[in-house]
Design a protein around this ligand. Structure first.
Ligand SMILES: Cc1ncc(COP(=O)(O)O)c(C=O)c1O
Length: 334
């Protein structure tokens, strides 16, 4: 399959939320230390709302919602959800109401939670054991809002929808174009994987363009088999949304596990080391929930020789840095 990704996606409704391509930058000091040609795709710099990967998904998700007449968005996530914060920012930008129902007990108003309030979201915390119950309660909230004359659209956890996945298929094409100008096609694109839909979008892009680049998702939460199944599902759903028949081989979906540490959103020793190393070699801030763990996986795979020295690697900086300002020194300093 060798398809023009932008051409395929052109007919899918999209609102413009990014001001243009995000930078693809060399990381010279980390590259020299690790023995690879490392480039950073700065999707932490996507413009509005303090940046992050979810903005590329929201361009498509919100366009679909507006097409069906949405007046409000409802979404969920963990207390420090970047997706929730960006949904609030996008809602503000487009004049929609935003209802955030975050899972857990209300924390202090810091980091993303503070920004949620700043963007004017209607914010509440639901202390439920799992997202199935949160989703049921979101459906009940939507019904209640409909009775009041609103047209709410519920955005699933992490913006993991077929339309959202397309945002990262396009990002794959953007990375390829930028990498060509910097010396060649990357052998590997590595990123932190939560719901797996960002990884799925990149994989869809790689498959559509028949690229040899391997997409490596470093799990920050789920076990390998569960995440692999989700990445497969999202990739195939994205292809279906485009009317493309795609098949995946099991080894197309590369999940690196072993980098979660003590748990989701809990700093890990390897993540702390990757976070301080990236700050001190490149002056670039990672976050401890996603990108530090993603980078810790990238570094470890190189050091173990799984990713060979001399490779060209793009690490996608998916954002998340507001979370840094909620952390204690011992959480961050490796
Ligand atoms: C900063 C950051 N990086 C990575 C991810 C993972 O993205 P996905 O859920 O598409 O796997 C998220 C998701 O919330 C995120 O906020």
């Amino acid at each position: 399959m060798n398809q023009d990704i932008a051409g395929l996606i052109r007919s899918v409704p999209r609102v413009s939320l990014l001001s243009g391509p995000t930078p693809l930058e060399r990381a010279p000091r980390l590259s020299a230390e690790l023995g690879v040609d490392l480039l950073l795709k700065r999707d932490d710099l996507t413009g509005i709302g303090a940046g992050g990967n979810k903005l590329r998904k929201l361009e498509f998700i919100v366009a679909a919602a507006q097409k069906e007449g949405a007046t409000a968005l409802i979404t969920t996530g963990g207390a420090q959800s970047n997706h929730a914060r960006l949904t609030a920012a996008v809602a503000a930008r487009l004049g929609l109401k935003c209802y955030l129902r975050l899972k857990g007990v209300a924390p202090a108003d810091v980091g993303n939670v503070l920004l949620d309030r700043l963007f004017g979201a209607d914010l509440d915390f639901w202390d439920e054991p799992n997202y199935d119950i949160v989703n049921q309660r979101m459906a009940a909230l939507a019904a209640e809002l409909r009775k009041k004359g609103e047209h709410p659209v519920a955005v699933p956890l992490g913006g993991a929808t077929p339309e959202g996945t397309l945002g990262y298929a396009l990002a794959f094409a953007e990375i390829m174009q930028q990498a060509a100008a910097l010396g060649g096609v990357p052998d590997y694109i590595v990123l932190a994987a939560g719901t797996g839909s960002t990884q799925a979008g990149l994989l869809l892009g790689a498959k559509l363009s028949a690229a040899s680049t391997r997409i490596v998702g470093v799990s920050v939460s789920w076990a390998k088999d569960i995440l692999a199944a989700e990445v497969t599902r999202h990739t195939l759903d994205g292809a279906k949304r485009l009317g493309v028949a795609l098949t995946l081989k099991p080894d197309d979906v590369w999940i690196a596990e072993g980098y979660v540490g003590p748990g989701y959103a809990k700093p890990s020793p390897l993540g702390r080391a990757a976070l301080t190393r990236t700050a001190q070699r490149e002056g670039v801030l990672l976050d401890s929930t996603y990108t530090a763990k993603g980078m810790s996986g990238a570094i470890d795979l190189i050091e173990k020789g799984v990713i060979p020295r001399g490779s060209r690697m793009v690490f996608v900086h998916t954002g998340g840095t507001p979370e840094l300002y909620t952390r204690a020194p011992e959480d961050l300093l490796g």
